[in-house]
Design a protein around this ligand. Structure first.
Ligand code: PCA
Length: 201
């Protein structure tokens, strides 16, 4: 059976919960759209996240890689259009802070997602879950993982589609942080399921 590597992240910064962990746990082992879901959780660490994700790609040899990240403050599920060759922003969980740092010294400025992001958005909306294409994955760990996986696929010419989806906060997280929109974990999970189902069509 075809395999889909679904990754989430551990909690980071002022987010004591990362709902991507729960979504990955809920979906792993299931078959969706003809894909067996293999779940993995990544650290929030500039030195480790992409390295570990690539290790999982090498081990699992998936047909598709979808990485999930929390974007607390967004109110829709947002497949990312592009990853850029830049690391910047807040410190990671090891306290490392980077500024204007390329991910690959010799690498293209960006990579477009190779996932069917428009079909993902439409599938989620059709099921009643708000979604939109996002044109920036930021410059933190999520962008780093998306860029690094797409770079590997390009360098090695692998027959693999990959990309990233940012999700809003869950209610559980919003109870611990004020002023952010939130979704139920069940709805977040069903929106991601609707997007994965599209791959089988
Ligand atoms: N979101 C962060 C890193 C981990 C996560 O879930 C980001 O958007 O980069």
């Amino acid at each position: 059976m075809k395999k889909l590597l679904l990754t989430g992240f551990v909690p980071f910064l002022d987010n004591p919960i990362n709902p991507t962990e729960e979504i990955v746990k809920a979906l792993e082992g299931q078959t969706i759209g003809g894909y067996e879901i293999v779940g993995r959780i990544l650290p929030v660490d500039f030195a480790e996240s992409a390295r570990q994700c690539i290790e999982h790609v090498n081990d699992v040899k998936p047909d598709v890689v979808i990485s999930l990240g929390l974007a607390a403050g967004r109110n829709k599920v947002t497949p990312e259009r592009i990853a850029i060759n830049c690391r910047d922003g807040e410190p990671d969980n090891s306290g490392v802070r980077l500024q204007d740092a390329p991910i690959e010294e010799i690498g293209p400025a960006g990579y477009f997602s190779t996932l069917p992001i428009r079909a993902f958005v439409n599938a989620s909306i059709d099921k009643g879950y708000p979604a939109a294409v996002s044109n920036t994955a930021g410059t933190y760990l999520c962008n780093n993982v998306m860029y690094s996986v797409l770079h590997k696929i390009e360098q090695e010419q692998l027959p693999m589609r990959a990309g990233f989806i940012h999700i809003p906060a869950s209610h559980e997280l919003a109870l611990k942080k004020s002023g952010i929109p939130s979704w139920s974990l069940a709805d977040l999970t069903e929106s991601i399921r609707a997007m994965i189902e599209v791959l089988g069509e």
